[in-house]
Design a protein around this ligand. Structure first.
Ligand code: SF4
Ligand code: SF4
Length: 92
């Protein structure tokens, strides 16, 4: 039992440190974006939103409304049907 408690405690510390030391950022290919909103819904950190401005095709493209919240999980990139999103991860 004591080992399990120690294990869980160490895991919590490790997880906290990992989460705190990785920052994410994305770049959206604005001209390819169709404004389908899938990435906005998929983001667990609520980073993304559709811009009020439209691209040359008339689509309201996705952008980082709250960039500091990005953890680089890549969920947005995975769901984008047009591969518009590139994800970058930075260790702090
Ligand atoms: S990488 Fe993850 S946290 Fe960052 S915008 Fe995409 S879904 Fe959101
Ligand atoms: S999922 Fe892709 S095409 Fe859809 S809004 Fe996001 S970036 Fe644009």
């Amino acid at each position: 039992m004591i080992f399990r408690i120690i294990y869980l405690h160490l895991w919590a510390i490790l997880k906290k440190n990992i989460m705190a030391k990785i920052k994410g950022a994305i770049v959206v290919n604005i001209e390819r974006c169709k404004g389908c909103n899938l990435c906005v819904v998929a983001c667990p950190s609520k980073v993304l939103s559709l811009n009020n401005e439209a691209n040359s095709k008339g689509y309201n493209y996705s952008y980082m409304a709250f960039p500091d919240a990005c953890v680089g999980c890549s969920a947005c990139a995975y769901v984008c049907p047009d591969a518009c999103i590139t994800v970058y991860k930075v260790k702090l």
